[in-house]
Design a protein. Structure first.
Lengths: 429, 445
């Protein structure tokens, strides 16, 4: 059936007319849903319609039409135009309107990402996707399907700082578990790139311990990186046993896929750099094919750091020669380089006396007496109070949940001793 | 006893440095004779009776490494066995001697066969008697019958069966004396067999029969308990048990342990595991234990030296005693551990009163090199047994006490961070589970 000019005009008229408030918008949405098939069949002819609509005012209608337009396969030269138009739309659209049709919005964003990758210019997609995330989220605690795509673009375009800024938000609501896994995995990689190992560990930990009925490849890869980052950040305190809340599928199967990594953990626990290097040599190919060689090299250098840190616990001053001997470095010069690097990165507090070839280890100068420290404490306290309140509310909400009560109600006693009437054994609303 | 030397304040000038544990009158102090010479086997063996004498002699022969001593021990073992009736052990000893002691100490088949035949006939006789008693159902006689059987098997070296028979008398014991008799026999056999779990349980049983206990028996039981703790490497408990043994023990328990052993085992375990106050109250001021200590003057000197911080001489005594202690059947496996623990304690005690310690002087006090000492101290510091840090450049050890206030702040912040992380992860997981649950179960409300 051909789209006659009248139906097109009526469509535009509807959009114009019904875009002022939320009641009309829902009406519009239902209407647009009905026209969806229509729009799809006539996708090639819809481009001129867009010029008649104002994206910031008629976001919903514009969205539908735009989505139908772009659903057709596009050639490479048109890709550029597409990217520009979608990006422009994302920038100016009204957030409340597009939230009424989230699937459509998500699909055009995904198309944007696809085109940007085809054009091999991922950086063009970073800013639009960031805006789209902020507009789609109902609160900063919500994870959308666009989050992992955004992370991926940041990784590919090496815009780590923007990625980090999005990672700062705490996530509490998730639509699809798969989104969370991908988000945490990519986020972990970004943090590793920025050497923020604690945050990376937290994100990867969430993937590994998330409830999952069967394990996925994401979890396996995340576990491998988790092991390596734990070695770098925690050293020998890394425990290969899973916490209690890990899903049983993960507990049973994850270790089978990461045997070479567990071997690395064993060699690390001996405390000898030569052992670790030997292990790396043996499994070089596995590490390489997982793209983890860089991390593995960092694990080896973290071993030196740990050994030197242990020396600070027993010695006040130590000659560079002795350090080189204990930590199995080749010469005092190398020892000096390592110590210098550690001082610069803030891993230890020390002074090097080059005349005597001695290193003097100092105490942590932090006295916990400054105003900044008090502020930090205060901030932490506030934050934890907020979190606790959130936990209590969640607990209350759950205890009113009908399905929970239904399950619990079956297990209660027949007679409630506090009250004098019988308790129904099956709790029904 | 000389008072301890204590230096208060940091090391300043030479005149202020005090040597811990040594002063100028040291050279004139009368040093008693240290018995570091080779063990006098005859004297040693004379301390014991019964089967343990043979076992100990065999042990010495195995471990001593000097052929003259070995042959001496084997000769005495041979003589001892010939007085008894254990042909199995006899053949073993002859095998070990291997003809080296001449024709008088060869395999005397005639004697062995005679003993075996006697044994067979005695066994039959005992069995008949026991069956008779059993049909008559006289409790006391049955008990005596089983007891005799146990004694018989014990004399012939069949320890497992001896144990079984002794334990069978349990059902026929009527008075506490009987129970104690049974327990003591069971303990004897278990110690010979090396099964110290049984020892502990039977000591417990015997101690419950309160009215049958006289001081000698109590002392015996405490010795046995101490031995089983020693084997179980529980040195503190072993020390306590040995120190509680009363002087009534005398020579009444030589089939297991000599009073010299009580002194040695008790002191060594106490030195390795007690802290200073316990050492003073339970060992040095213990009048009962003093009787035992008189029997082994070296050990007494050892302990006094340790308490008065004369570590060099204390460790010297220990070193001299080591070879002889390694020949003791019960102490053999524990000598190394005990010595290490005593040495560590000495090191820790040396550094405890000071803010700073010169490593050169300390190395002198312990008769070791500075590098060796540094390594030992490093191990102790890593294990958190000494709170100090080493200034490797100037070779000084500085005491270092953790700043409580900073530590508390650090821990508080850290706990807060961890709580934060855990809570957020938990809320996230709860959300995931809820989501899963919602997917799986679209309910009808």
């Amino acid at each position: 059936m051909n789209l006659s000019m009248s139906s097109v005009e009526s469509l535009v008229a509807q959009i114009h007319g019904l875009s002022s408030n939320i009641g009309e918008l829902t009406q519009l949405r239902n209407y647009l849903k009905q026209c969806d098939d229509l729009l799809r069949t006539e996708s090639t002819r819809l481009a001129p319609l867009l010029t008649e609509l104002d994206p910031s005012v008629h976001s919903l209608g514009y969205l539908y039409i735009l989505e139908a337009c772009t659903s057709a396969p596009i050639s490479k030269d048109q890709a550029n135009k597409l990217v520009l138009s979608v990006a422009r739309f994302i920038n100016v659209c009204a957030a409340e309107q597009i939230r009424l049709a989230p699937e459509k919005f998500i699909s055009i964003c995904k198309r944007l990402m696809l085109q940007v990758m085809l054009l091999e210019d991922p950086m063009r997609g970073v800013a639009p996707l960031l805006t789209s995330i902020r507009k789609l989220q109902s609160s900063t605690e919500q994870l959308t399907t666009l989050h992992p795509d955004f992370m991926l673009l940041c990784l590919l375009s090496k815009c780590y700082k923007i990625g980090l800024s999005v990672l700062e938000d705490d996530i509490f609501e998730v639509d699809l578990p798969r989104d969370l896994f991908l988000y945490c995995y990519y986020g972990g990689m970004i943090c590793i790139g920025q050497k923020q190992f604690r945050k990376a560990l937290e994100l990867l930990h969430n993937v590994v311990t998330a409830p999952m009925p069967i394990i996925s490849a994401i979890a396996v890869e995340a576990y491998k990186k988790y092991i390596l980052v734990s070695l770098i950040h925690l050293g020998q305190q890394f425990a290969t046993s899973f916490p209690k809340y890990t899903s049983s599928a993960a507990q049973r199967n994850l270790k089978n896929f990461s045997q070479s990594y567990l071997e690395l953990v064993n060699s690390y626990s001996t405390g000898k750099v030569s052992e670790v290097e030997k292990c790396v040599e043996i499994y070089k190919d596995t590490f390489g094919s997982d793209n983890n060689l860089g991390l593995v090299k960092q694990v080896v250098s973290s071993m030196y750091k740990r050994n030197i840190q242990r020396l600070t616990q027993t010695y006040l001053t130590l000659s560079l020669q002795d350090i080189a001997n204990t930590v199995q470095l080749n010469s005092p010069k190398e020892a000096e380089m390592h110590v210098l690097q550690m001082i610069q990165e803030g891993d230890i507090y020390a002074t090097i006396n080059q005349k005597d070839g001695m290193v003097r280890f100092l105490e942590d100068p932090e006295q916990y007496k400054t105003c900044e420290m008090i502020e930090r404490l205060d901030f932490s306290i506030q934050r934890i109070m907020r979190l606790s309140k959130k936990l209590t509310t969640m607990n209350e909400v759950m205890s009113c949940d009908p399905s929970y009560l239904g399950k619990v109600g079956k297990e209660r006693q027949r007679f409630d001793y506090d009250d004098f009437y019988t308790v129904p054994s099956k709790f029904t609303i | 006893m000389e008072p301890e030397d204590n230096a208060a304040g940091p090391v300043i000038g030479d005149e202020e440095i005090h040597a811990n544990g040594r002063d100028e009158s040291d050279s004139q102090r009368h040093r008693p004779i240290i018995s570091g010479e080779q063990l006098d086997i005859e004297a040693y063996a004379a301390l014991y009776t019964g089967r343990t004498k043979t076992t100990r002699l065999l042990f010495i022969a195995d471990k001593c490494g000097a052929p003259s001593m070995e042959l001496e021990a084997l000769r005495m073992a041979y003589d001892e066995i010939k007085k008894g009736e254990d042909t199995q052990l006899f053949r073993e000893v002859v095998g070990k001697i291997n003809g080296r002691l001449g024709p008088n100490y060869g395999l005397d088949d005639a004697w062995a066969d005679a003993v075996d035949r006697r044994a067979e006939s005695r066994k039959d006789k005992l069995e008949n008697e026991l069956n008779a008693y059993r049909t008559n159902l006289i409790k006391e006689s049955i008990r005596m019958g089983y007891n005799d059987f146990g004694d018989f098997f014990y004399a012939h070296g069949r320890l497992g069966e001896a144990f079984k028979n002794y334990v069978r008398t349990r059902d026929y014991c009527t008075t506490s004396k009987h129970i104690i008799h049974m327990c003591l026999n069971a303990i004897l056999v278990s110690i010979e067999m090396g099964q110290f779990t049984h020892v502990t349980s039977y000591v417990g049983k015997a101690e419950q029969a309160v009215d049958g206990l006289d001081p000698v028996t109590i002392a015996k039981l405490r010795c046995a308990a101490g031995l089983s703790h020693l084997e179980g490497k529980k040195y503190k408990l072993a020390a306590r048990k040995f120190l509680e043994v009363g002087p009534e023990l005398g020579n009444n328990y030589t089939e297991i342990i000599a009073p010299q052993d009580v002194a040695t085992y008790g002191t060594l375990c106490a030195l390795a595991s007690f802290d200073r106050s316990e050492l003073k109250s339970k060992v040095i001021d213990n009048t009962n234990f003093r009787n035992f200590l008189e029997l082994v003057p070296e050990i007494r000197e050892l302990i006094n030296d340790f308490y008065t911080s004369h570590y060099a001489s204390c460790l010297e005594y220990l070193g001299n005693l080591k070879t002889n202690l390694l020949l003791d059947i019960h102490l053999h496996d524990h000598v190394e551990t005990l010595y290490e623990q005593i040495r560590n304690k000495a090191l820790i005690q040396y550094t405890l009163p000071f803010v700073s310690v010169d490593l050169n002087m300390m190395a002198n006090a312990f008769n070791t090199s500075v590098t060796g000492l540094e390594k030992e101290l490093e191990a102790l510091i890593t294990n958190d047994q000494i709170q100090a840090r080493i200034d490797s450049h100037n070779k000084i050890l500085y005491a270092r006490h953790a700043d409580q206030r900073n530590g508390t702040f650090q821990r508080a912040l850290q706990t807060g961070n961890e709580f934060d992380r855990e809570l957020r992860a938990m809320l996230l997981r709860a959300n995931l589970i809820k989501h899963d649950y919602n997917l799986k179960a679209p309910r009808k409300y």
